[in-house]
Design a protein around this ligand. Structure first.
Ligand code: HEC
Length: 157
């Protein structure tokens, strides 16, 4: 009996359009990617990000979560939603009230700017209202930035 059920379930995974989706819906993360998709995005990043430790990046993002969401359509909290931040100009999230420092900074967020910002936000953009001391370890910033790229819908140009 059990063997029959299992092979049926196995067949469902193989046959497309078999009624139920093969994977359990990822309720917590609306834009959840499969492990293969995640690995493909990671591999497509320029060095050193392509060899980043995403688990560590995720842990480091824990430092941001009290103020930021990164899921698509996530709420602005103390800080703005970070989905799609790469390739976006500073201070552009609709409905979020930025400081003049960030609003007028006038560059486009990429890994290099984010690395400097995350090392020491208040030195990089004096007058910012982001009260985050900074992430001192360069490797932690690499891991975090790679994690953010994977999570924020980054597409290689
Ligand atoms: C204590 C709350 C807080 C924490 C913690 C925090 N931020 Fe922020 N963040 C803010 C605020 C507030 C702003 C808006 C800054 C401004 O307008 O001066 C901001 C702005 C930003 C921006 C600019 C976004 C844009 O649209 O231009 C980025 C990128 C960012 N934060 C990334 C991070 C990351 C990554 C972390 C974790 C390492 C983090 N922040 C931790 C509050 C926080």
């Amino acid at each position: 009996m059990r063997a029959a059920t299992m092979s049926l379930a196995g067949a469902c995974v193989l046959i497309a359009g078999c009624g139920q989706p093969a994977e359990a819906p990822a309720a917590a993360a609306p834009a959840a990617m499969t492990a293969e998709q995640t690995a493909a995005v990671l591999a497509s990043l320029p060095a050193p990000y392509n060899t980043a430790d995403l688990e560590n990046g995720k842990r480091k993002f824990g430092l941001c979560k009290s103020c930021h969401t990164i899921a698509p359509g996530g709420a602005n909290m103390t800080g703005p939603n970070l989905h799609g931040v790469f390739g976006r100009k500073t201070g552009e999230v609709a409905g979020y009230k930025y400081s003049d420092a960030v609003k007028n900074a006038g560059f486009v967020w990429d890994a290099e700017h984010l690395d400097k910002w995350l090392a020491e936000p208040r030195t990089f953009l004096p007058g910012t209202k982001m009260s985050f001391a900074g992430l001192k370890e360069a490797k932690d910033r690499v891991d975090l930035i790679a994690y953010m790229k994977v999570e924020s819908g980054y597409k290689t140009p």
